[in-house]
Design a protein. Sequence first.
Length: 242
Amino acid sequence: MNQRSTLIVAEAGVNHNGDLKIARSLIEAAADAGADLIKFQTFTADRLVGKQAPLAAYQLLTGESDHFEMLRRLELSRADHEHLIEICGLNGIGFFSTAFDLESVDLLVELGQTRFKVPSGEINNLPLLRHIGSFGREVILSTGMADLTEVAAALQVLESSGTPRERTTVLHCTTDYPASMGDVNLRAMTTIARELDVSVGYSDHTLGTEVSVAAVAMGATVIEKHFTLDRSYSGPDHSASL
């Protein structure tokens, strides 16, 4: 049987806290750990949330008080992206980022990114899916709280926009930070593969690594795992990261 290697994505996300020194240390740590890619997030707060948008419950627990201002603090400029891409090259690890809006997609394309990540919260964002699909590149699609019908619809939008299904990998994902073992349900990953005839992987929000190992044993071709340098750092995602 032919077996594909598993792409390991070290999800730095916004755990750089808006500090390029921390971002550089995250890149070095991911490279030392042997990850294939380190992933950040590309957005501007103005295009992502309203100024009165409430914080999620897990974000409130980290001491945040204003969703908009939190995101403003975590934005990466074009120059920041260029710097991080350079540091990734020096450390022998691929740069990757999630775009949350059309302009951010275009920025990443201009910077040479060759694949896209659709985060769980954007799986029903049709303009974003159509724009990403129009490039015909590899796509990693997280499912979060979507049901099977919604995942199928997203795949159809990508396909009709120009991205063949064989270029998309769907990540089973439990939208909880951290995710409990009782809510993981890895068999959903195999159901997605069987019902939608698509490559699958797992976006792991659990605190350990056991579920990622099990997902690979069950056929995951991509593993995405949030990580941090210190789980006690301030910021919305550190406490739920590896």
